[in-house]
Unconditional design. Sequence first.
Lengths: 414, 338
Amino acid sequence: MNRSTRRRLTATAMTVVALTTVTTACSSGDDSTSAKATDGGSYTIWDPYPQFAKGSDWAKLLDGCGSKAGVKIKRTAFDTSDLTNKALLAAQQDNSADVLIVDNPVVSTLAEAGVLTTTDENKVDTSKVDPNLLAAGQSGGKTYGTPIGANTLALYYNKDVLKAAGVDVASVKDWKSLTAALEKVKKAGKKGITFSAIGTEEGSFQFLPWLWGSGAQLTELDSAQGVAAVSLWSDWLKKGYAPNSVINNTQTTSWQEFASGDYAFAENGTWQLANAEKAGFDYGVLPIPGKDGGNAAAPTGGEFVTVPVQGDTGRYATTQKLVSCLTSTENLYATDTTLSYVAPTSEVQDKQVTENAELKPWVEAVKAAKGRTSDDLGTKYPKISEQLWKAVQSALSGSKSPKDALTAAQDAVN
Amino acid sequence: MKHTTHLPDRRLVRDRNGAAATAAPPPARIAHRRRRPTSQLGVPPGEAWGRAAWAFLAPVTLYLALFYAYPLYRNLDLSLRNYTVRSFVQGNAPFTGLDNYQKVFDDPTFGPALTHTVVFTVVCLFFQYAIGLALAVFFNQHFRLSATLRALFLVPWLLPLIVSASTWSWMLNSDSGVVNAALHAVGIGPVNWLTSPEWSLTSVIIANIWIGVPFNLVVLHSGLQSIPASLYEAAALDGASAWRRFWSITFPLLRPVSAITLLLGLVYTLKVFDIIWIMTKGGPADSSTTFATWSYQLGFGNLLPAFGPGAAVGNLLVVAALVFGLVYLKVQRKQALA
């Protein structure tokens, strides 16, 4: 290579490197994770709500609770999938936040890691919380936090599509009648149902109502009931009642499919209510039916307010004040309204239903819901869940039969 | 995570060798000169000289130790201990030797992940190089707009991966994707690009080839410009066809540039993660899982992280990249001697 081309090559390389650096610099956000402020008058709160910016009601609520307790609040918002590892790393460096708000199935993992204090230690009051919701934050007889709000899954339906297909939604009572309704919808030239069967925790979350609705247990995936639940989904795909894209759908993309107005049903959560209003068609909400009628138990979603272990135990007193402020009746109402969640206490739930009657089916669904880590599954749940979403994906993509997929899943868990 | 920047420049690579060579005992001639420093350098001979040398070396040594050696050591340490979430926090994970590696090798995912990694890397490299070379030769004709078009070809490379991968997954959507719509228009039935185990690997390979072509194009195009035009003129006078000129002049003279392009491409392709993760999450049912996505899946893709096995898979990737790096150095040394 002669000198001038080499120089040109270097210039090109440098330009390209510079450009890529600039583009990546733009795409990656600020990664500062130092939790504890040096002065004692400042308390840190980590939450998974990056959608709420500095001036939002949520941020103001945190600041308000801080000034009530006489301290300054330093808030950091993380993407929910990032938060577990960030919390573990911070604990490793003895640098945990004072208040940590995390997704409920993560609580048992963090508790297992010894990152969280129990409510006996931090004196947070959980007496008013619905026991089925609190169960997600309990393991080994101890409670590791209190829910800030709950959500769960149900079936949204498009009234126009059902009417055009001649389906009476009251007839949908069990799996058989639901499948019959989907068949009618397909014959009418519309699309049946959309859900999310992606290969992440979201996929398991969406499949659980069907698994539990069949009578199967997480501890025995390959039972006949479990196979029936997976077969229900894979048959829907085979017959074209559900689109093939569900295998890669997140709950958001699945919602976008439903919002296009072509689908009769969509399995989705409480948090989509605000978007349902904007969808531009008449919609209704139906609890997910069990195999032979009745309502299936749906998994609880939503976050827990927890108090991580601190080197300086003197901080817990103020932290307790912050947590009780955040979970006080009036603040819960405000927070759960912004998040589009159902409140964890009956007192606030009643208030929510009086203000907005549409929340009624959701409050009922939340009362019937079940924590994923409940039944003392604790840290066994993540392993089971991973095998479960893999099995569902194998069956839906046709690489294994439902029975083989679930047998392989159960073997991998054991 | 390890970051590899693309430095399509042989000189930079040589500089790195240079830095490495400084740490090792220097070749005799240089050592001889160093032992007798002249006063015109302004540095007195003796101990001060050694200290000054270390002071100059310190920044790069510190940098290498802090940002290369330490993370590598940590990753190795992580892979040799049995980490649970509890011992991760408390830092008292028991040393278990090669247990994590054994676990990884015995995992039913290992076989498919290895095959996918090899297929993904080889197919991507081949097509990226072939298409990149074809385009480079094409743009070397210096027709009008060639510079503009060449710049446009860089777009895939300059787009943030999240944007291009999301666009690809939207285009390849089974039901509402534009690719299936186009296939439908010419009478071909829909293909489940991302959701069938037969196609998912192909889909991510296609997307990755598209992203990798510009890099090959740029580097190979620069390489082409260093081939003297007189050679082509002489060959043309001898009556060599365009095809013959390509195989007898362009291709052999491009060999050093090709070698570095392929090596950098290999290292880059081995560790491709974002595209696969965004498009398929390694699924459905592991059908597009490579070592890179598997390592992430183990360490971060689950509510209960398995840091040990995750680090073990990551180390296997580092070793693979290192082996090919050594192969490259050896080939380069042979070429330099020849």
